[in-house]
Design a protein around this ligand. Structure first.
Ligand SMILES: [Zn+2]
Ligand SMILES: [Zn+2]
Length: 500
């Protein structure tokens, strides 16, 4: 194990995270715990017994060694804001929600939580260890309650910042700042935290990963603060200045939106495409079946004389676009067709640690081509992968009532809806170049008349809209990359490998 002496009586141990130990009168104090393997080295370094462990945040690399049973000869302290992800009851509750509410996966979450922790590291307050004042400053990001420690040691002001900052004005595992899949809230909180410690006048900045920063830490934090602002900015609008270009529908008596003689939008996410000619006349294809939309679908079918659902598909794997597929599959004569990408995370659950999965596996009856044409009654639907909000996404385009309609799911929305996108986040498997940029180019290339997207948004295509999205995605890629310690999105940010 690498051990550095940073100052007399202050050491850095390279464990699963950096563990810092400082001598404080007749005891030693540790910042974070890692695996605990470092403890055997304390006596050899002439350090007094360990009495306090302060956890900067809840991640497994910071404290997993503490889950071992037995009485501790030291007190473990943690920030109160991390209680629900450290205390066993909290961890149990969070684990129940993973995947359901878009809780971003189980990355770095403790398996069972830790008992016997004092949640007494109150932000902007302090503890005395002997006569030494240990101060706490809130630096959220890696955990909503993540907290830095400030001490005076041998005439220097030392700050232990957890994962709030990493050398090179970067952030260890920057995807941890994505508290949800579409806003910049986590990044905003992280930026505020960095601003707080940047102002402190630091002699030695001790992060949880990577090297200690002794050379002008304030300058480095100012650079990081600027990079975080850029990241927050790209988490905002993706096509500034573009109008919404909504198309006005007609309402049917059940409240569905009629977009033409053969196309309806019902409930939150569903589309119904009705075949209008030949032997398929009256057959209908449901796109993006959501369980809570099913009463709306049935009400619409009751209005449309002689129309019956024969086929179903989904633009992506998210629960609100697919969970009613098995319900429709059970109806007589209904076939579920899925794009290979969309089928990948849902055909067998447990293979992908991603948010918004349906609760039960969904098995298609037939596969769509990954890229090509799907002949459905009189329609020849163009099909292609359409990564953006998530990697496991496809689009379909066909002529309906004289207009080219592209069914596009959640990637691209009118501006007033969610900043123009269902968002980007690493846990969803978002990618910039092979995702948003490629998909925006596809729209420019296919030139639909109408985009029929998720959450009931249908709007006219304009090239300027998608050209702006490409420029935004290039900027978003740069901003995210700038936060990566190795400078590589593949190594530090993208959580999921590209599949076919
Ligand atoms: Zn962390
Ligand atoms: Zn979605």
């Amino acid at each position: 194990m690498v051990i550095d002496q940073l100052l007399p009586g202050l050491f850095r141990f390279e464990d699963t995270c950096n563990v810092y130990v400082f001598e404080c009168g007749d005891c030693s104090v540790a910042v974070d715990y890692g695996s605990g393997a470092w403890r055997s080295a304390l006596r050899g370094l002439g350090l007094p017994p360990l009495r306090h462990v302060y956890l900067t945040h809840h991640h497994v690399d910071q404290c997993d060694g503490l889950r071992r049973g037995g009485r501790r000869s030291f007190t473990v302290h943690a920030p109160p804001g991390e209680r629900n992800v450290i205390h066993p009851d909290g961890v149990r509750a969070v684990r129940r929600w993973i995947g359901k509410l878009g809780v971003p996966g189980s990355y770095s979450l403790l398996e069972r939580g830790l008992a016997g922790v004092r949640f007494d590291m109150i932000g902007f307050d302090d503890h005395f260890v002997g006569t030494r004042r240990v101060r706490f400053v809130e630096t959220p990001g890696h955990g909503r309650g993540a907290t830095s420690l400030v001490i005076d040691h041998h005439g220097k002001q030392v700050v232990f910042c957890g994962d709030a900052a990493h050398a090179g004005a970067t952030v260890h595992e920057p995807y941890m700042l994505e508290w949800d899949h579409w806003t910049g809230d986590g990044a905003v909180a992280a930026w505020r935290g960095v601003e707080r410690i940047e102002a402190l006048g630091i002699d030695l900045l001790c992060p949880s990963h990577g090297p200690v920063i002794a050379e002008r830490p304030g300058t480095m934090l100012r650079r990081l603060s600027r990079k975080l602002l850029e990241f927050i900015d790209v988490k905002g609008n993706i096509c500034p200045g573009e109008p919404d270009r909504y198309v006005e529908p007609q309402f049917t008596s059940s409240g569905a939106r009629r977009l033409g003689d053969h196309l309806y939008q019902f409930g939150i996410n569903g589309y119904l495409l009705v075949s209008g000619s030949g032997s398929g006349s009256g057959a209908a294809l449901v796109i993006d079946p959501y369980l809570s939309d099913m009463p709306r679908l049935d009400a619409l079918l009751a209005e449309l004389d002689g129309v019956r659902v024969t086929d179903v598909t989904a633009t992506h794997y998210h629960i609100d676009h697919i969970d009613a597929a098995p319900v429709l599959q059970r109806r007589k004569g209904v076939t579920l067709h899925l794009h290979p990408r969309v089928a990948e995370p849902v055909a067998r659950l447990g293979t992908h640690d991603v948010p918004w999965l349906p609760p039960r596996a969904i098995r298609p009856d037939a596969m769509l081509p990954s890229r090509g044409t799907w002949k459905w009654n009189e329609h020849r639907l163009r099909v292609a992968p359409f990564a953006g909000q998530t990697w496991w996404h496809c689009c379909l385009m066909t002529d309906v009532d004289g207009r080219r309609v592209l069914f596009g799911g959640d990637n691209f929305q009118p501006n007033s809806r969610w900043n123009g996108t269902g968002g980007f986040c690493a846990m969803n498997g978002c990618r910039f170049r092979e995702g948003f940029i490629r998909s925006a180019r596809l729209v420019l290339d296919w030139k639909p008349d109408l985009l029929a997207c998720g959450h009931g948004t249908y709007y006219r295509f304009a090239p300027s809209h998608f050209r702006k999205i490409i420029r935004w995605a290039e900027r978003a890629e740069r901003a995210t990359k700038a936060l990566c310690p190795t400078g590589s999105l593949e190594r530090d940010y993208y959580l999921h490998p590209r599949s076919a």
